[in-house]
Design a protein around this ligand. Structure first.
Ligand code: ADP
Ligand code: MG
Length: 705
């Protein structure tokens, strides 16, 4: 049936990667490119023309007709504008294929309608895209033909970041510099660079495309706005499993092949907890590449689904009542010579370094929990965080019994003398056994869990960019490292100083450590006692971006200016309002044009049948029909009232000035009005003849893929 695939052969075949560059670039040019990529040195503009030429020739051999600067504006998805390689025809009417160094390095999309949060007025619409050579160019094959995609950053005329990539690259520079200081403190003189490694696990739902097309809510908002739970619950998953697997399997196969060609290391795939839910995880990459690759993964999941008569839903909560989708952001710090700073290691010396790193990360997370929470905020994720089978909205850290025990020892007696596994932890400072071998217990309910040699930030939404959480992680840890390095570099007795600092860091930041059940109500209470923030919604989270604390942090490390932070907050408030507005209007549309007419049809039929039965058999018991008619009519009337209320409040909110107050109005008033409309509609769905219900049910969508 399916042809044989040689992964090694197709892997990276559509990427202008190091091997291709080595093969196609003059030696000195290749060397300069490599230096720029590896050492973060500025690109020598004189080589751009040569690189552009080689890239173009390579792309044309692959059938490319167009190139695009591929960038990530603040819309959460990628953007691109395609230019053909062709030049103006010569006097004979012939064209040649052109692509200059200038075109490679810089683009100027007329980008006035990308969100900028006031950073760029529409009358100064200039935005620039700048080639990011640390993420390789690639060719994409699809219905549009073959396109050379050049990963780029996107900035305003005055140099402010308008995208996700620019701050990410800035934060990577910050964490690199501060991590190297930590390594040097421990005598490392050889590592040249430290970069965050990121492995994002991507969850998604797959539904049948024909059914999807019958639901305006899925089309306009990516989630269902109405829908009663299927009469039989999630336990049916197994029953339908076989049928799902066949179709999904061939879909996954094609997704993998497409990703491999683009150099994305799609590694694991499996069915997730909810029916019709799945997951894909790549092998981790350097943060910048991981972010780009995750965008490619999301695009590919959607694109390939169409070819299989399916639709991929990346929304965080496409269906109420079953699990939502997230993205686990696995994060660690790796040096160019292979040292993972989050690996506990097995010599005492390295363990001290690890404990310092751990202490710094705890401090970072404790100090900036609000920023981490904010980075995971998106409109869809509001339905997930703190709800069914999702991390709570409270940031806490899971370390596992073993590490927690070491911390207990250090903070109570001042010395860590043993580990729970029986290995001897002796120190002047502290030692740890090999944690990779003694993997601690899992905790599935922690938003920020230590998993052996990395932290897994589990709050991120499935449809969201992973750039913001990594910007936060890189920057807050850079700050903690900097403070530690500032202190330790001037210490006279390093061993004593580091010992004291580790103890202090662990003691001062212990309150964020929580190893219990994060889904329980007891934890919510306990967290409150500990003074940990519990930020329940996106609109409440956004303010974290512009506190004095955040501005100081980001300006110190050159990641965001105050103006950039303010613009981002503004963009998010606006995004929130816009999304909820679309959802509300979609509900109004569906209720008014589809559900209410269907219910009226049903009640009319019911009334007619009551009349007919009565005239045919006057003494027949028509209590069931009458009761149904009464009940349905009452719900119909509830719906009409709720619909009118939703229309009213949505119009009022839409008329407000854009910004924070408007976003809060959508959250505090429109959202509850939406819930009030949904409730009677979902009850009606359980009563009305299925033949008359105007769109596919949850059961149809979730179980009949
Ligand atoms: P777990 O079972 O702990 O969830 P997996 O092996 O399934 O871990 O990996 C989950 C994701 O974490 C994958 O994308 C994987 O490549 C990534 N990952 C593994 N090690 C690291 C690391 N050191 N830094 C960042 N990501 C990592
Ligand atoms: Mg995992």
């Amino acid at each position: 049936m399916s042809e044989h695939v040689n992964v090694a052969e197709i892997f990276g075949k559509n990427v202008f990667n190091e091997a291709t560059m080595k093969e196609r670039l003059p030696k000195d040019v290749f060397k300069k490119m490599k230096k720029t990529i590896e050492d973060g040195e500025e690109l020598d503009p004189s080589i751009a023309g040569v690189v552009a030429h080689a890239m173009k020739e390579w792309a044309i051999e692959k059938g490319a007709t167009h190139y695009t600067h591929w960038f990530q504006p603040l819309t959460g998805v990628t953007a691109e504008k395609h230019d053909a390689f062709i030049s103006a025809p010569n006097s004979e009417g012939k064209v040649i294929m052109e692509f200059s160094g200038k075109e490679l390095i810089k683009g100027e999309p007329d980008a006035s309608s990308f969100p900028s949060g006031g950073l760029r007025a529409t009358f100064e619409a200039r935005g620039y895209t700048a080639w990011d050579c640390t993420s390789p160019a690639f060719v994409r094959e699809d219905a549009a033909g073959v396109t050379l995609c050049i990963p780029t950053a996107f900035c305003s005329y005055t140099g402010e970041a308008l995208d996700q990539k620019t701050p990410l690259l800035r934060s990577m520079e910050a964490i690199n510099e501060q991590s190297l200081r930590i390594l040097r403190l421990f005598g490392n003189t050889t590592s040249k660079r430290v970069a965050p490694s990121v492995g994002p696990e991507q969850e998604y739902f797959i539904v049948d495309r024909q059914k999807y097309l019958q639901r305006k809510d899925l089309i306009y908002t990516g989630r269902t706005l109405f829908g009663a739970m299927p009469p039989k619950g999630q336990e049916l998953e197994d029953h339908y499993f076989g049928a799902i697997r066949e179709r999904i399997g061939s879909y996954m196969k094609e997704v993998n092949e497409e990703l491999w060609k683009l150099g994305v290391t799609a590694k694991t795939q499996h069915n997730e907890v909810a029916p019709a839910q799945h997951e894909l995880a790549p092998i981790y990459d350097e943060a910048n590449l991981a972010v780009d690759h995750n965008q490619i993964v999301m695009e590919t999941l959607k694109k390939v689904a169409g070819r299989h008569g399916l639709t991929c839903l990346l929304h965080e909560k496409p269906f109420a009542g079953v699990n939502g989708s997230g993205k686990h952001n696995n994060w660690s710090l790796t040096s160019d010579d292979g040292i993972n700073l989050l690996n506990p290691g097995d010599t005492p010396h390295e363990n001290i370094q690890f404990l310092l790193v751990l202490g710094c990360i705890l401090k970072a997370v404790n100090t900036h929990a609000d920023l981490l929470r904010e980075a995971a905020a998106d409109v869809g994720n509001d339905h997930r965080l703190g709800a069914n089978e999702a991390p709570p909205a409270i940031i806490s850290v899971f370390l596992g019994e073993q590490l927690e025990d070491v911390i207990d020892q250090l903070t109570t007696t001042g010395e860590a003398t043993h580990s729970k596994q029986g290995g001897t932890l002796h120190t002047g400072v502290a030692t740890l056994p090999d944690l990779d071998k003694d993997a601690t217990d899992r905790n599935r309910t922690s938003p920020f869990a230590f998993t052996g040699n990395k932290f897994e930030f589990r709050m991120v939404g499935s449809s969201d960019s992973i750039a913001p959480p990594n910007v936060v992680l890189n920057t807050i840890v850079a700050e903690a490292f900097k403070e530690a390095a500032d202190e330790l570099e001037k210490a006279e007795d390093f061993d004593a100083a580091v010992h004291d600092l580790i103890k202090k860091l662990l003691k001062d930041n212990k309150r964020v450590i929580f190893n219990g059940n994060g889904y329980s109500d007891a934890w919510v209470e306990e967290a409150e006692k500990r003074g940990l923030p519990n930020i329940k919604s996106m609109v409440e989270a956004i303010g974290a971006l512009t506190t004095d604390k955040a501005i100081r942090l980001y300006e110190e490390f050159g990641v965001f200016t105050k103006a950039e932070l303010e613009s981002r907050a503004e963009v998010e408030y606006e995004e929130y309002s816009k999304v909820i507005n679309i959802e509300a209007r979609t509900m109004i549309d569906m209720a008014g044009k589809q559900i209410i007419p269907a219910v009226i049809r049903y009640t009319t039929q019911l009334a007619e049948s009551i009349g007919k039965v009565r005239s045919a058999v006057p003494e027949a018991d028509i209590s069931v029909q009458t009761e149904l008619l009464t009940e349905t009519s009452a719900l119909l009337s509830d719906m009409k009232v709720a619909l009118a209320a939703l229309i009213d409040i949505t119009e009022k909110s839409a008329a407000m000035e854009e910004g924070k107050a408007q976003a809060f109005a959508y959250h505090d008033e429109v959202m509850p009005a939406m819930a009030a409309l949904r409730a009677p509609a979902d009850k009606l769905e359980m009563i009305v003849d299925k033949e008359l219900w105007p769109f596919p049910s949850y059961g149809d969508l979730l179980f009949e893929v």
